[in-house]
Design a binder for this molecule. Sequence first.
Ligand code: FAD
Length: 472
Amino acid sequence: DVALLWFRQDLRLADNPALSAIAGRPVLPVYVLEDGTHAPGGAARWWLHHSLVALSADLAARGAPLLILHGDPRRLIPDLAARIGAGEVHAGRQTEPEARQRDAAVHAALQEAGGRLVLHRSALLHEPHLVRTATGKPFSVFTPFARALFAALEDLPPPLPAPDRLIAAPGAPAGLEIAALRLLPRPPEPDWAVEFPTHWTPGEAGAAARLTAFLAEGLNAYAERRDRPAAPWGTSGLSPHLHLGEISPRQVWHAAQAQGGRGLEVFLKEVLWREFSHHLLWHHPTLPDQPLRPEFNAFPWTTDAAMLRAWQRGRTGYPIVDAGMRQLWRSGWMHNRVRMIVASFLVKHLLQPWQSGEAWFWDTLVDADLANNAASWQWVAGCGADAAPFFRVFNPVLQGEKFDPDGAYVRRWCPELARLPDRFVHRPHEAPAAVLGGAGVTLGRDYPAPIVDLAAGRARALAAFAAIKGGA
Ligand code: FAD
């Protein structure tokens, strides 16, 4: 009764239903790096490397070392199962369309040999295919979805403990070293991840430590501080850990509830946005590429490589946008409020297709997640489920002044603006020459002049939207 334990987006030992299901049986834990359309981007690969190092050490300490492979699981997993005589392969269920197709193929191959792939609910609090509206349809609006989930989760069982010991299955082949997967930036590429370790500790222990710290420092004031990008512990920073399953949403849910406090309900609701995105991706596999609202297929986007590049590099001349894009580049993460602002700026003021922003985020976010990224971009662009209407255009200056009133966030990530007075820190282009001079800023030299006029950009976006509305 040897079993194969196939790790994918559940790189943890505690509250791992696939692991608990094979308790007491000899096991071979395996991770397969896959190449595919939605293979992890640069920043996520950095994270994955360190997460595999941590998982590998934790498994070895319990007696069952992790086998690392690189290639197509459709072939590798059934071959491996046959080689060690494992009838069952256990894993956590994934929502990504490619992953679902791959699992169906692996299951079919195993079945031919009399085995099977057993999938467990591991990454989500709910099963996307089981939660339905009263009329039996998938949800397309968040509020009723969240209400249904809150009700269903009232008797959510507690998290499962991590096993103390594992029994290694005999006959495991030799695998790869983690370094051989080449997940880290390599020369001559510059080491863009140089600052990441000061922000993050990938792995299960790092995830648990972050949850504990957030519960102590952030949960109570979450409702007031979650939109303040400069606030320490304004949000949890759990997203990259949740993406790779170094911590389960059930662990987060139970721990937050046990702690309680003023911010609890708002925080749990945010966790449910993640569930909602995965629900959407499950039912709309084209979500990463195509607008959920078909009229947006005819949207007259412009593609302007110079504009896109200025946005990517944090050189638009709008400080909150530039601070966000630089936080993303340097730390692999960006605050949610600022993600909404930079995304709105790209698709509305710059009129670039949301897919180009989605692609940049995919490559630069340590928490890059197919469902959350796609659903969020579609939400901002106004073409998704329950989306912000397209005609609501964020003004980046006013957003900056509202959510970063003293400019602490801008000063941190755009240090060339650090000496501007609060009044102009979000609008350096409006500062009198003497103020700029006093702060040591020359526009166009130390910091860019705005690449687009806000009123003109907004008018152009609304005209583009009117064109598809007229055509619909
Ligand atoms: P917290 O506020 O502490 O929330 C706790 C958890 O809830 C998060 O870790 C996350 O798993 C979930 N969550 C919170 N907000 C959202 C949301 N709006 N949508 C879905 N889940 C949410 N999130 C990703 O995980 N991966 C992405 O690739 C991603 N791309 C995004 C792109 C855009 C344009 C926007 C506007 C948002 C995107 N988000 C994405 C959602 C959100 O910004 C991040 O989940 C959040 O900033 C993570 O920070 P946190 O862990 O401190 O969040």
